[in-house]
Design a protein around this ligand. Sequence first.
Ligand code: SF4
Length: 330
Amino acid sequence: MSVKASPLLEVTALNVHFGGTSLIPAFAGPTLRAVNGVSLTVMPGETLGLVGESGSGKSTLGRAILRIGDLTSGEILFDGTDMARATVGDLARLRRQTAMIFQDPYGALNPRMRVGEAIAEVLRVHRKVPRDKIGARVAELLNLVGLDEGYARSRPVDLSGGQCQRVGIARALAVEPKLIVADECVAALDVSIQGQIINLLMDLRERIGMAIIFIAHDLAIVRRLCDRVAVMYLGRIVEIGPTEQVFTDPSHPYTASLLRAIPDIDPDKGLPANPLTGEPPSPLALPCGCAFHPRCPKALPQCSTGEPPSLEGVGPHRAACILPPGEITI
Ligand code: SF4
């Protein structure tokens, strides 16, 4: 009898709202609904891609999950503990078992600190190894991310963007995380360096077995790296499923539009016509009904009334659209 693994992370009805409250009603401003009722799971060792345009709530969601950003309500079960209502001890455990890799590899490091000190600091704070073993572990972590241990003496200013990002990954790995949130971690790098960092993440995932939430704009990278993908629009997940199913057979017009906009690798074919026109509405004033309706090429009159559609579908591939999957081709 096969034993089904439990999710490492189980997020239920997570909301992150900003503003909108004041003791004096006249001063209460509009509420910015950055994340709206998001539910998702991540299995141990799984890589989940989070995609969507800027302002869709991807980064806010990633930060809330790691409790380095605010949340308004909902449940975040990490390894069986609700981190939305975490005690100080629970949060300390979360910090020891999770890490974030940021977009700006230079900004994430203290410019005055040598690389070795920056990694040793994490080992010391989380008491990962005895003091006399810290130097050896720093060298091991640098080797793990493909850097010679001599880089321990370098400062961030001495490094290229790709080398800096490798140091950021070494710092993240220092806590031996069960879960990493990588927030646009290759967006600031040259294309060739992006490939190296993605290969490194794939290799580390195989060797260490950590789960990754990979937040990205670049759908081609997400397709290569991720087991499943969740598509966000204005704070909601509008489609989620196994990566190949979502890429080959999208069930939401927004996903289909994003996929249509991916440039072809054949330069003779030129850039595709982008079916996504206009900007997303402000999250301060979400439209009624399906929030995508003002931009949706398939919108029907009933799409602009009532509650937004909920995620529906067969098996693990689900989408929040009133149209059946066969009718969303754009
Ligand atoms: Fe478009 Fe309507 Fe589907 Fe929303 S519910 S994606 S507006 S067809």
